[in-house]
Ligand binder design. Structure first.
Ligand code: TXA
Ligand code: MG
Length: 314
């Protein structure tokens, strides 16, 4: 696996200490990292992504021990942490009174999202930094998430001090976000850990939709390529590029010819990017089963296909 030298990690830690941005690989997607304890550094993340300041950020830590001082952990949270950390699960929990993470990262809420990424380069960086790092996906807000260092360089290269290259991301869709700050566990975003696996530990999840301030019933455009996306396609219409799935697919790109959802998730963002070219009129996507990781894939695809904001690109 690609792995940066110790001197590059040192350089990244120095950049973070100066309030600069460092992109780093996780098992899900590349993150745009900043010192979570610095208001200025966190503000820089929102600015670089063009992200609305009411959309809170995830604090990344190397392990459960480093999460404890930040948030109040009920038993359900410890159970999930023991089962899935390090791994693609984010827990939304009540902030502790003396939580050192900038209030900007919580976007005015009394909660904080925390996650322990399962990637050796992320682990090295977090341990060397010695403080939690906020890290949204390293893409301009609304666009496709990056699963390689090259994706980050293309979209945000001029805004990031250091890009750590850890090769392509293994999981390929973002972490599952579960809110444990209320009476009942709620699924805020399907992701790399299936809701089935989470429910096996904490019981039924209520679904609240991604983001705390999402207007009810409205599908936000997000994770979007430049081309329109047509879902549930059985074949490409003239001019369209086909994103296939399963053995009958054919197509310009096939997320998984054998119908494997893990493989499909890992390929999703890179293939959408590859098909997002001006010679096509749209990207037609074949149906993906709504089970396991398929829920996370379909969530991203529905947002990619949602109506775009009227003013040009999302
Ligand atoms: O896999 C991932 O989670 C990646 C990698 C880089 O770790 N990060 C990521 O971050 O996807 P971002 O910022 O693109 O997505 C964070 C999600 C958003 O949907 C946000 O609304 C939600 O988590 N979130 C963060 N803090 C929250 C909070 N306090 N309450 C509710 N939702 C929160
Ligand atoms: Mg994102």
């Amino acid at each position: 696996m690609t792995s940066p030298a110790d001197s590059t990690i040192d350089e990244a830690v120095q950049a973070l200490a100066q309030g600069r941005l460092v992109a780093f690989p996780t098992e899900t997607v590349y993150g745009l990292g900043a010192d979570s304890t610095s208001d200025a550094a966190v503000a820089r993340v929102y600015e670089a992504k063009g992200r609305p300041v009411f959309n809170p950020l995830i604090a990344h830590v190397p392990g459960l021990a480093e999460a404890e001082p930040l948030v109040v952990m009920p038993e359900s949270a410890r159970k999930l942490a023991r089962a899935f950390w390090p791994g693609p699960l984010t827990l939304v929990l009540k902030r502790r009174d003396n939580c050192p993470v900038s209030l900007l990262a919580s976007a005015g809420l009394d909660t904080l999202a925390v996650r322990v990424p399962d990637h050796p380069v992320a682990q090295r960086l977090l341990r060397a930094a010695g403080r939690p790092l906020v890290a949204p996906s390293a893409n301009p807000s609304g666009q496709l998430s990056p699963t390689t260092a090259a994706h980050v360089r293309e979209a945000l290269g001029d805004k990031v001090q250091v890009i750590l290259d850890g090769g392509p991301c293994r999981v390929g869709v973002e972490s599952t976000v579960v809110d444990l700050s209320g009476d009942r566990p709620a699924l805020l975003r399907p992701g790399g850990v299936t809701s089935e696996a989470i429910e096996a530990i904490v019981g039924p999840l209520s679904s609240a939709g991604e983001g705390p301030l999402r207007s009810p019933g409205q599908l936000e455009s997000h994770y979007a390529p430049a081309l329109p996306v047509r879902l549930g396609a059985t074949e490409a219409r003239p001019g369209e590029a086909l994103l296939a799935f399963g053995p009958t697919g054919g197509g310009v790109r096939n997320l998984s010819p054998s119908g494997d959802l893990t493989e499909a998730a890992a390929n999703l963002f890179a293939y959408l990017r590859a098909l997002d070219r001006p010679e096509h009129s749209a990207i037609a996507v074949m149906p993906i089963p709504e089970v396991g990781l398929g829920r996370a894939i379909n969530d991203r695809l529905r947002r990619a296909a949602a109506p775009r904001p009227s003013s040009g690109k999302p």
